[in-house]
Design a binder for this molecule. Sequence first.
Ligand SMILES: Cc1cc2nc3c(=O)[nH]c(=O)nc-3n(C[C@H](O)[C@H](O)[C@H](O)COP(=O)(O)OP(=O)(O)OC[C@H]3O[C@@H](n4cnc5c(N)ncnc54)[C@H](O)[C@@H]3O)c2cc1C
Length: 458
Amino acid sequence: MHLFGDSSAAVSRAYLVPGVRRLPGAIFWAVVVGNAAAIVWLWVHGGNLSVAKTGDLLTSAARLTGLLGAYSALLQVLLLARIPWLERSTGLDRLTVWHRWNGHACLYLVLAHVVLSVYGYALLDKISLPAEISTMLGGGVYPGMITATIGTALLVAVAWSSIVIVRRRLRYEAWYAVHLSAYSAIALGWFHQIPTGNELVLDRIAADYWRALYVATLALLVVWRVLVPLASAFRYRLRVLDVLDEGAGVVSLRIGGRRLDRMKARPGQFFIWRFLSRGRWWTAHPFSLSAAPDGRTLRITVKALGDHTSRFHEIATGTRVVAEGPFGVFTADERRRAKVLLIAGGIGITPIRALVEELDGDVVVLNRALADEDIVFAEELDELANARGFRLEHVIGDHATDEGRELLSPAHLRELVPDVDDRDVFLCGPPAMTSAVEDNLRRARVPRNHIHVERFAL
Ligand SMILES: Cc1cc2nc3c(=O)[nH]c(=O)nc-3n(C[C@H](O)[C@H](O)[C@H](O)COP(=O)(O)OP(=O)(O)OC[C@H]3O[C@@H](n4cnc5c(N)ncnc54)[C@H](O)[C@@H]3O)c2cc1C
């Protein structure tokens, strides 16, 4: 069906879909805010507002920050539990951004909880801070405090590893391994919450509600991060069919399996791929589909950029593959306007190459590359442009030069595509490129809600 053909049904579908698609995200936030309100109510109900002394005030604030800190830790898990309806309405990239901000909130709340608890109880017990710390860790008065302290230390380690400068120095896999310890941090924190949390220790319904939050989070995590990927590995039986050298350090893999039409993958989406061969099975990487899925095979195209991707050409045909997905909202469903501009930077051509197979009407593709020999899919793109009738322009030049810096500037964009501000724009590439071009598009007066971006970084 032509999305922007004469059929008014097709046009109204195009305008309706985004609102309907975002509904699960809105419901998710309603549940999140509702539970946060319930937690604050538990705290108020626990008598925390009627405080007389400074020590009481501090310990009351410590309870609230503790409850909300633990709750935001559960949200951290849920945001990246790969829950399909949440992912489809929001996009894994946006969920990753929310995860980052919520991670900050979680860390500050937990640290505030620790500082306020120690200081508040030291004032109430009329003892020094070291003496209060020793009482707390002693275990006799406050159960579960040693495990909670280890959990807090793990959370700090996760935050430390995520600070951008540190992360750039760490290997991605090392950062990821530290990140996994956040699950242990949450589990370790659990042991002191019901035994020592005033709101929970005195009220059975409140304690059951608190347990239910943990059980629900664990259930969603196990279902979507463990059971569903395992089930789809058995269901689809993916294997590498062939490996094709595309030149310039780029390799395409065609992957086959059973009943792939049931995956319901769309052009523009990506999977998280795990290749079950020696030295590879333990890491999983995101790659977009580089051709529209035909129900029998999937294709990805990978540029050698690091230790994993530079060994892609060594993957043997027949290698078993586990793919988590499809993920992403960089699809034709985002289109609201009759005219479309697609901009690719380097290997960012992969989802754009798949998308143009699905987009009809007035379509322009700008393909940004450093040099002619770096253009990926040169022939394929020419053939597709002829067959589907879209305009294709390669924008070539090194951005490190003065001339190169002007490429895809607002003026250059308007020169290449005079009606750029009248189009939906799909933009994909490395993070620095997408940020710069997104900025230029805004300066060329393309409204924010008509710019759809896929950044090759989670
Ligand atoms: C949604 C999405 C779609 C992508 N599609 C493509 C594509 O079609 N073709 C392509 O060539 N590249 C694609 N990438 C980029 C690709 O995932 C990285 O280049 C690759 O994972 C780098 O792995 P490496 O070990 O070789 O490099 P490294 O040098 O280890 O990593 C380079 C950078 O890649 C990122 N990265 C590394 N490992 C992972 C991982 N396991 N998960 C997430 N990010 C990681 C990190 O930001 C890291 O700093 C995509 C990325 C994303 C987020």
